[in-house]
Design a protein around this ligand. Structure first.
Ligand SMILES: Cc1cc2nc3c(=O)[nH]c(=O)nc-3n(C[C@H](O)[C@H](O)[C@H](O)COP(=O)(O)OP(=O)(O)OC[C@H]3O[C@@H](n4cnc5c(N)ncnc54)[C@H](O)[C@@H]3O)c2cc1C
Length: 386
């Protein structure tokens, strides 16, 4: 068996779920790997809301990375429960009435974990000094058969194999392909609330540490708890491309939201006042038919490779990419790195294409006239299978 990574210096750019999972899996196979991450430290940025891992992807990878015990010790019991409302506050689904939504081993059980906790599990599993913090990649150049990487802080590093796991605005991607993103038609306005129990107590109670969704008039408000007691919310709808660029102050976005959601139950609108930083995020994706020639010593995983609108698959798929890439590099079936990377990328792009199509189809439904009934049907269908 030919292990293609032996004796090679591997640089993973980006310490998100994809990059850290890959580092863990490669280290399990004896790789010499570093992760270069732009954050100053593991504590320098709140990682966002909870994320649910799926049986056939995220959980499978956690198992393969030998981290299931750590995952079970850290997931948030019951956070996968949903409360779904109409815009006037009528409750249409309340899973908090149910005893349990499933257990490990059930195909449809999707336990939620705080993104920060997931990151810490992966970080703790890495050898000391694997992560090089405060390393924002800016450029690289060929050096012999490898690469010389340059970082914003002035440092540089050499690598034989570079893997871009640096997310939606990847700076590694242009070295692989010049294909850029397309706007999906949907924009979210995101807010973080650090102390919801005092800042918006009624919403905090309504959420009951689980998922909350309100749908109507072809728009939505959804909220998810964070592991640190805070919450993240999204006010989403279809908007023209570049919409929102004219807003100059938070107050203007706030005023817009109050007008846009006029007539919705006032409790939902308390979210908007409870944060002083409303962030406008247009949702983009890479073309479904994207393709590029594989190179010998550089590749991409996760959002950097196949950004798609959020559909609950992004973290799961980034982790699955990591598992697949570690397999392609180490399974001994390929004579050289370039053919292993070519086979991996072909497989990854095909999966990404299917998932991105599903995400786009989902957008059409979730921002269409029958969104509420569609979500209820989806949730009742999934839960019924448990
Ligand atoms: C609103 C929203 C909700 C979502 N909800 C879900 C969900 O519920 N479930 C789900 O599975 N997915 C969800 N997703 C998608 C998910 O967040 C992404 O698909 C996933 O995080 C991709 O993982 P990644 O490791 O590829 O990239 P990222 O998570 O983006 O990680 C990239 C890492 O690279 C670092 N980095 C970036 N640039 C550089 C640089 N130049 N140099 C060094 N480091 C750099 C970043 O700091 C970061 O740590 C959601 C996305 C959005 C926008």
């Amino acid at each position: 068996m030919k292990n293609l990574i032996s004796g090679k210096k591997i640089a993973i750019i980006g310490g998100g779920p994809g990059g850290l999972t890959l580092a863990r899996l490669l280290q399990m196979r004896g790789a010499d790997v570093k992760v270069y991450e732009r954050d100053a430290s593991s504590a320098s940025r709140v990682q966002g809301a909870i994320v649910d891992l799926h049986f056939e992807s995220g959980l499978k990878v956690i198992e393969q990375a030998d981290l299931m015990d750590a995952f079970k010790a850290n997931y948030i019991v019951g956070a996968d429960r949903y409360r779904v409302f109409e815009k006037d506050g009528t409750i249409r689904l309340d899973e908090h009435n149910k005893a349990a939504t499933g257990t490990f081993g059930d195909v449809y059980f999707r336990p939620e974990i705080d993104r920060g906790a997931l990151r810490n599990i992966l970080l703790d599993a890495l050898k000391p000094d694997t992560i090089v913090w405060d390393s924002q990649f800016v450029s690289m150049s060929r050096e012999g058969e490898g690469w010389l990487l340059n970082f914003k802080n002035g440092s540089s590093a050499r690598a034989d194999l570079v893997i871009g796991a640096d997310g939606a605005r990847s700076k590694i991607r242009p070295y692989v392909t010049d294909i850029t993103t397309i706007y999906s038609g949907v924009t979210i306005i995101q807010g973080e609330i650090d102390h919801p129990a005092t800042a918006c107590p009624e919403m905090h109670t309504l959420m009951a540490n689980g998922n909350l969704a309100v749908l109507g008039e072809e728009k939505s408000i959804s909220a998810q708890p964070r592991g640190d007691g805070g919450l993240t919310f999204y006010a989403s709808a279809k908007y023209p491309e570049n919409w929102g660029e004219d807003f100059t102050a938070n107050e203007e976005i706030y005023d817009f939201l109050l007008e846009f959601y006029k007539g919705w139950h006032p409790t939902f609108l308390t979210l908007f006042k409870a944060t002083d930083k409303l962030i406008i995020r247009p949702l983009n994706y890479f073309p479904l038919d994207q393709s590029w020639e594989a190179q010998a010593n550089i590749t991409l995983i996760g959002d950097a490779a196949h950004l798609m609108p959020p559909s609950g698959e992004g973290v799961n798929t980034a982790m699955l990419d990591a598992l697949d890439l570690s397999h392609y590099l180490c399974n001994g079936e390929y004579p050289d790195l370039q053919s292993a990377i070519a086979a991996f990328e072909k497989h990854m792009r095909a999966r990404g294409r299917l998932l991105a199509q599903e995400a786009l189809d989902g957008n059409e439904i979730m921002y269409g006239p029958h969104a509420l009934e569609a979500l209820l049907e989806l949730l009742s269908g999934e839960r019924a299978k448990k």
